[in-house]
Write a new protein. Structure first.
Length: 767
């Protein structure tokens, strides 16, 4: 028997199957979808078994080791992989890496051992440890590549590959306490018997006893150690709540339209605060009663806490599994095992949880379906909603997309009956949507108001504070100011890699690139003219925070990427604000959606038009959605207000959002998209072409344009926002089409060489 294998190495030249002989002894155990170790060139590598075939003339080498007891890639994951591989330029190895949890991938290390030390230079000898071994770091591999190659040829050293699974089960020690002892114990040793417990973890024991006492207790057979698998469970800081809710008649009517035994995509389109979550919970309950499992996706970590609280309060905590990027790899591994072993019945996670190995899946719910974070546009690119459809179809179950401001594409499909539309038009706890005021900030300037708060917003903040009600302020610009400039010569410090202006952070006194994270210390001295005249331009969230303290006597919590880098910080901020430990929550888009604080009666959107200026084909759509979502945080259980500040009050996205008029927005945006040949009418992708010569970059782009124009609309070439990077010029082509053939990949690859790099962005997210 022969196995066709994809090797775990990301390179387009290796993007094919390799045939390997299956040794006699493995024939019974080996199955399609298992991970194995194979020799590849002069190294060892992880491989995925894609096919088993009777014979092959290509196969000369043997599989060395099987890593799985049951296949890691099952029938359903293969289906998803096939789907992902239809996208041009997707690599097999990258696709399998994406659909499997990272914790199942392997770490490769090269180990050098000395065969003949007389042939080796001192500089290299120094690198070896006492055991005469040297484990290469990535840097070592680069630096010493040539010398090591020579030494190997001269038989001075041997090179072997060590392969380790990145994460494995963790064990810890538990002690059983033996009360039947006849040993004489000291006073301190006696402590353990006063606990009145059958067993104790080593950690707990160490809190009351010293290691030496524990040791002597073990020798006296009072403590009996045993190894248990440690549970690196995800912990929460919130308390469980006791909320019993009966669906109101509107909710009940829409809930009943969902058929759990049939594949169908639904859009639950309900105004903010209409109680979509309650419908989800009811459907999850029904799914569990059917002995099936539920998968729920939320767009960002901020929403995990609130949702986990609802789930864990309503259902048995132990059947809920949680997956997001803020978990450490041990926790992820344990959650993955919990799902694989069928212990988890409800799986709540962010984007990549869509690939969780769930058998007997009964429903998939995607909350805030309009959110961009459901799209990954990297080496592997996918729209989570489409993967969810593939899974729902496979299991013949419903996919429920929920939103108060659906994406234009989803809304279009729902109105064309491709999706079933469920609608909630009223809030659950109050009779009205909030009262919205749109403020023209140009008028404020004319009146001489130079603060970031309009007179209206200021007086509303004062009023709410005096009533002890809470306020959410939304500001989508990070840092203290979006850039700094020398007032003398006009120089603007830029990122050396991306050529994008650096954002100023006053607290840390640094300049930082929003694109790649590059940082440098801020200095008032201009690098060009050497005068001390560098100053900030424009305002960001840090500045707003400082101004809030200046103008109001209120406790402020800030929620953005910079205040949430620590573990559980999202949950702390959410919990603190919920318990009224602060009056004002100031944040980026993290505060805009999904959150349900009953005491918030005012939402202020500091700079609504700033959203329009984001370089994205979806800027208009996103502006509308974010304003509508943010407004929706106000007045959810008592009368509420919203103040939207903007320098451009006439743009239709801002106008329709300020009247909470989704229908009018969709009418206008669909009209515009139709003329512009944009989604949902055409698909839009991009190609990025990079070359060291300016002229050549454009020439190549033009030739590709001519080639592709036979089958699609091609716009460009236009310079990318990051015009030059790593000494290469960058230009973009925009492609508009109905379907794209994987074959264009081959044609375009013909243009690639050592100097020419070409990248494909399926969802046109390159800048
Ligand atoms: N039938 C009901 N009876 C009592 N309270 C309800 C009911 N339905 C919803 N609620 C309450 O109304 C509030 C809003 O509900 P929920 O957070 O589910 O809204 P949502 O539709 O998800 O809103 P958003 O889109 O703004 O996130 C919650 O506090 C919820 O507990
Ligand atoms: Zn950068």
């Amino acid at each position: 028997m022969i196995a066709q294998i994809v090797i775990d190495l990301k390179a387009s030249e290796l993007n094919k199957y390799y045939d390997y002989i299956i040794p006699e002894a493995m024939q019974l155990d080996l199955k399609k979808g298992m991970r194995v170790i194979v020799p590849f060139g002069n190294m060892k590598r992880l491989g995925y078994i894609i096919n088993l075939i009777p014979e092959s003339t290509q196969a000369t080498r043997k599989i060395e080791k099987i890593l799985d007891i049951t296949p890691s890639i099952d029938e359903e994951l293969f289906l998803i992989a096939d789907y992902l591989l239809k996208t041009p330029f997707s690599l097999m190895s990258a696709v399998y890496q994406t659909i499997l949890p990272k914790e199942l991938l392997l770490n490769y290390q090269k180990k050098i051992t000395i065969l003949d030390s007389s042939k080796i230079d001192d500089e290299i000898i120094k690198k070896f440890n006492k055991k005469n071994e040297w484990i290469l770091t990535n840097k070592d591999e680069e630096t010493f590549y040539n010398s090591l190659k020579k030494l190997k040829e001269n038989n001075a050293i041997d090179i072997t590959t060590i392969i380790k699974q990145k994460e494995v089960e963790k064990y810890e020690t538990n002690y059983k306490i033996n009360y039947q002892t006849h040993e004489k114990l000291t006073v301190k040793q006696q402590l353990i018997l006063e606990l009145n417990k059958q067993e104790i973890t080593r950690k707990e024991a160490l809190e009351i006893l010293s290691p030496s006492i524990i040791k002597s207790l073990i020798s006296k057979n009072v403590l009996i150690p045993e190894l248990i698998t440690s549970n690196r469970a995800v912990t929460h800081i919130f308390d469980l709540e006791d909320k019993k809710i009966i669906l109101n008649s509107d909710q009940q009517k829409e809930y009943e339209k969902v058929n759990l035994n049939k594949y169908e995509t639904y859009l639950l389109y309900g105004v903010t605060g209409s109680g979509k979550t309650e419908i989800y919970l009811k459907l999850i309950e029904d799914t569990l009663n059917n002995h099936k499992k539920a998968l729920i996706l939320v767009p960002e970590i901020m929403l995990i806490g609130p949702f986990a609280q609802r789930l864990k309060s309503k259902f048995d905590e132990s059947i809920v599994s949680i997956l997001h990027s803020n978990l450490n790899s041990g926790q992820k591994y344990d959650e993955y095992q919990k799902i694989k072993n069928n212990k988890a019945k409800i799986i709540l996670g962010t984007r990549s949880a869509i690939f969780s190995p769930i058998s007997d899946l009964g429903i998939i719910i995607i909350d805030e379906e309009q959110d961009d974070s459901y799209i990954q546009d990297d080496t592997v690119s996918y729209d989570t909603r489409q993967i969810a459809q593939t899974r729902a179809k496979y299991h013949q179950i419903p996919l429920l997309l929920g939103s108060a401001s659906p994406s234009v594409e989803t809304f279009y499909k729902a109105t064309n009956k491709e999706y079933k539309l469920l609608k909630l038009t009223k809030r659950a706890l109050v009779n009205h949507l909030p009262n919205v005021k749109l403020i023209d900030m140009r008028e404020e300037l004319k009146k001489g108001n130079l603060t970031p708060f309009s007179t209206e917003l200021k007086s509303q903040i004062e009023e709410k504070l005096s009533k002890n009600e809470q306020i959410i302020l939304f500001m989508n610009r990070k840092g203290y100011s979006p850039f700094v400039m020398c007032r003398h010569c006009g120089n603007v410090p830029k990122c050396p890699d991306c050529q994008i202006s650096l954002t100023y952070y006053k607290n840390k006194n640094i300049l930082k690139c929003q694109h790649c994270g590059y940082e440098e210390p801020f200095s008032k001295e201009c690098t060009v003219c050497k005068k001390n005249t560098v100053k900030e331009v424009g305002v960001g969230i840090e500045y707003i925070e400082q101004e809030l303290h200046k103008h109001f006597n209120a406790k402020v919590l800030r929620l953005d990427a910079d205040t949430t880098s620590k573990k559980n910080s999202h949950e702390h901020i959410w919990d603190d604000f919920k318990n009224h430990k602060a009056d004002i929550l100031l944040g980026t888009q993290m505060v805009a959606k999904g959150l349900d604080f009953s005491n918030v009666t005012l939402v202020g959107i500091i700079m609504a038009d700033g959203l329009l200026k984001v370089p994205s084909i979806k800027a208009v759509e996103k502006t509308f959605q974010l304003i509508l979502q943010a407004s929706g945080r106000s007045g959810r259980s008592k009368k509420g207000d919203v103040v939207i500040q903007s320098y451009d009050i006439n743009h239709y996205a801002i106008k329709t959002a300020s009247t909470l008029n989704n229908e009018e927005f969709f009418k206008q945006v669909l009209f515009e998209r139709k003329i512009q040949k944009m989604p949902p009418f055409k698909k839009v992708s991009q190609l990025l072409i990079e070359h060291p010569s300016y002229l050549k970059t454009y020439q190549i782009a033009d030739r590709i344009k001519i080639l592709l124009s036979k089958t699609m609309i091609v716009l460009g070439p236009t310079p990318s926002l990051i015009q030059k990077r790593d000494n290469k010029y960058r230009v973009l082509l925009t492609l508009k089409y109905d379907t794209i053939d994987k074959k264009i990949e081959e044609e375009i690859n013909n243009f690639k060489d050592v100097e020419t790099k070409i990248y494909f962005s399926q969802f046109a997210t390159l800048i």
